[in-house]
Design a protein around this ligand. Sequence first.
Ligand code: XMP
Length: 509
Amino acid sequence: KVLILDFGSQYTQLIARAVREANVYCEIIPYHKDFEYTADIKGVILSGSPFSVNDANNPVVDIAKINATYPVLGVCYGAQLTAKTFGGRVEKSDKREYGRAHINIQQDDLIFTGVDNGSQVWMSHSDSIKTLPEGYTILATTNSIPVAAFKKDTTGTDNPLYGLQFHPEVYHSTQGKNLINNFLYKVCGCEGNWTPANFVTETVEQLKKTIGDRKVIMAISGGVDSTVAATLISRAIGKNLFGIFVDNGVLRKDEYQQVLEVYKQLDLNVKGVDAKDRFYSKLAGQTDPEVKRKAIGNTFIEVFDDESKLLEGIEMLGQGTIYPDVIESVSVHGPSVTIKSHHNVGGLPDSMKLELVEPLRFLFKDEVRKVGLELGIPYDLLYRHPFPGPGLAIRILGEVNAEKVNMLQQADAIYTQALKDWKLYDSVWQAGTILLPVKSVGVMGDERTYEFTVALRAVTSVDGMTADWAHLPYDFLAHVSNEIINNVKGINRVVYDISSKPPATIEWE
Ligand code: XMP
């Protein structure tokens, strides 16, 4: 494996994903955390950072010590720290350098295999390396900086040490992946055995060992993470996995039956619990979004708790926690460590003191999907748009009841099917319909109608943190509007939401 020492850069996870995409396993650890110098580590990458190497109390690691055992690659701050540590000069740039630049290769090197002279790279720094330490060679420059890539001169058994001022891990460094691959394979001698197939084999073996003949209970939602995690656990322990899939009454049209059918095909031991009415009665009269969310969350826990009491001898709890939920991150407000609390847990009662089983704890979302494909989980389930835990309840503005859910399920199904038919589904990050709590006048045939309005929402995004409204074709919107109004009783008007996030949000509640 490869270790990535994190100095708090916003891009650290992108380095990890690029390494994983090259089929090499890696872990991110905060720079100040001690690690064991084990033989399975093939190389170390030093990340970027919001700090300057010239800040008082800037974060440091003992590069000489690390490099005495492993090849090292410094990226941005990591490169500057290397240069400064061994006697080079790093100063504030005359102008800050952000965005596009092109490298001028000064000396051929194996790190540049498959990288063209003039290749576009992405910069994001305000310091630059003015001079290198003695015994170091400039490998590349750009038009505005004298040192864009460098390496330490090595002899005999010295481990290689490289520095890159730019960010090879970001999308806009067009051949950056080649640089990373070269470091992994040509410099560190990695083997490339981090593949979904190997992951499945090894994880199932490991789960068999750690779980033994104990019984595992797990809430499964039909979403990507819990489905993949449950399938892995099931491969290891079969019927000793007790999955619970709850119909909370605010799922999408036919979702409950469809998901149960998939679980049956995957041979998962999952019990479907139809708790619709229990949820509806808790939602009755509630109009505040947060109160609705809490009602759903709490009712879910009650249902799960009740189900668990029906089972005997359960000792473990399965969860679909993934790597971004557990990475220890370096806070930009000072070199301290914060651990993100993961919300997948869903606040289960303390009385359920069960040991956790989290087979996806070290996977990124895209890796979870690939493992899912490897396990034979249908593509449609793995590549579905994100869907909020409180489901259609937060897409029905105001009070939720069975009748409104039914209306919205129909509209949502028409919209989703049309996105697929028009080959727009995959270019949109998330889409859904929102039932507005207003009625307006319409006319159908000779009759005046007074019915609800549905808003269509579709956004493009990378992570849901920011989003733009999707510029869907007018013809498509016209088609969906017609279909919904003609087929869903109770809706006589369709509008399209053209707000971006921020200042709006993706959901309406
Ligand atoms: P917003 O509306 O905040 O949504 O722009 C961002 C993303 O989060 C999802 N979302 C939720 N997911 N429980 C969830 O599991 C929730 O209460 C919730 N609220 C919003 C939303 O669907 C979008 O993908």
